[in-house]
Unconditional design. Structure first.
Length: 355
């Protein structure tokens, strides 16, 4: 792999036109008002709150830094499918009211993967550039932040709807940029495609939001009829994939915080090498219009439910982050759980890490 030195700013390569623009004006305004940067015709970038906090050098990073070694100040949060999702999850902190649910919308999403990566990094670094003059920012951390080492492919929309996703992930890895891909589990055929094309992400996340079909339909509001069969198909496919895998459970009080046995039965389908994140719903963004602050669980409640699931599986809690109200479960912990990214600023001398 060849390391790439990334400039602070560069000229965007993707030009949007009226004929190819997939963002509606209302949705585009909504995202930009929420500090998102629009990238091309169907992608978006936002600076994570943990990225901002980590720039101070002494406030740590998000729980993914604690669990997996991701450096928050070198992480780009983005989506190549910001215009479409086939669920309207009740707890989603994005403006999912604007999603049409029409998967065929993404058939017109033809931006080049390389351009999406370049322009996402450019937009990300442009938003971070203002931190340089802040006296409270750690100068070394700021310099390191100019070198993006990780892509969190989630943010908004359903990333697996982007048909050139395998090319995008392979290009990220060619650049020695790791990838965490988050999916809602409704597209097992895409997971199979990623595997077939040797384009599996560094870590694959699947949302596991309910212990049964009825609850899933209520809380996730899927827009396609065979959603449950697809969920079960994704779990089965995950069991065969040779990459790091996580099932992420977002608990919403009185909505899906029950039936640990049911969750455990679904988890078993994904294989014994899967990690489980059990976390509380957070009362943020547009989700505040749909749910109450009372729907959040405190960390101890999350831990108690996680312990029940671990007990059903015969697994154990291997880590937790109280500031994010999240607990990590696995059958066994292992030395390589935290990724060694090597030198924060890539050079020709350092050994490249494996994506």
């Amino acid at each position: 792999m060849k390391s790439t030195q990334q400039p602070l700013l560069s000229k965007p390569k993707i030009e949007s036109t009226e004929s190819t623009k997939l963002f509606t004006d209302d949705y585009k305004n909504e995202l930009e008002n929420a500090s998102y940067a629009i990238v091309g015709n169907h992608s978006a970038v936002e600076i994570c709150g943990w990225t901002k906090k980590s720039m101070k050098g002494n406030e740590g990073g998000c729980y993914k830094q604690k669990f997996y070694g991701i450096r928050s100040h070198q992480c780009t949060q983005m989506s190549p499918a910001a215009v479409a999702c086939d669920q309207k999850c009740t707890f989603c902190w994005k403006a999912n009211e604007f999603f049409s649910g029409k998967q065929d919308l993404m058939e017109e999403a033809n931006d080049d993967p390389n351009d999406i990566i370049e322009d996402s990094i450019t937009a990300h670094l442009k938003k971070l550039s203002g931190f340089g003059g802040n006296e409270r920012i750690d100068k070394q951390t700021f310099e390191e932040s100019k070198h993006v080492r990780h892509f969190a492919i989630s943010l908004t929309g359903e990333p697996t709807l982007y048909k050139r996703l395998p090319e995008m992930i392979k290009e990220l890895h060619r650049r020695e940029i790791s990838s965490f891909l988050v999916t809602n589990g409704l597209h097992p055929e895409v997971l199979e495609k990623l595997d077939k094309e040797n384009a599996l992400p560094t870590q694959l996340y699947m949302s596991l939001d309910a212990p049964d079909k009825k609850t899933w339909k209520k809380i996730d509001i899927p827009l396609i009829p065979d959603f449950w069969e697809r969920v079960l198909g994704s779990l089965k496919t995950m069991s065969k994939l040779k990459t790091r895998k996580v099932l992420r459970m977002t608990l919403v009080r009185e909505w899906n915080d029950f039936d640990a046995k049911g969750y455990a039965e679904l988890i078993r389908r994904s294989g014994e090498d899967t990690m489980i994140e059990v976390k509380s719903y957070m009362h943020l963004g547009p989700a505040r219009k749909r749910l109450s602050k009372k729907n959040m669980l405190d960390h101890e409640e999350v831990r108690i439910f996680a312990k029940k699931i671990a007990g059903e599986l015969g697994w154990k809690i291997i880590d937790e982050a109280e500031n994010s109200r999240v607990v990590l479960i696995a059958k066994n912990d292992w030395e390589g759980r935290k990724i060694d990214f090597g030198n924060p600023i890539p050079d020709k001398v350092s050994n490249p890490f494996s994506c």
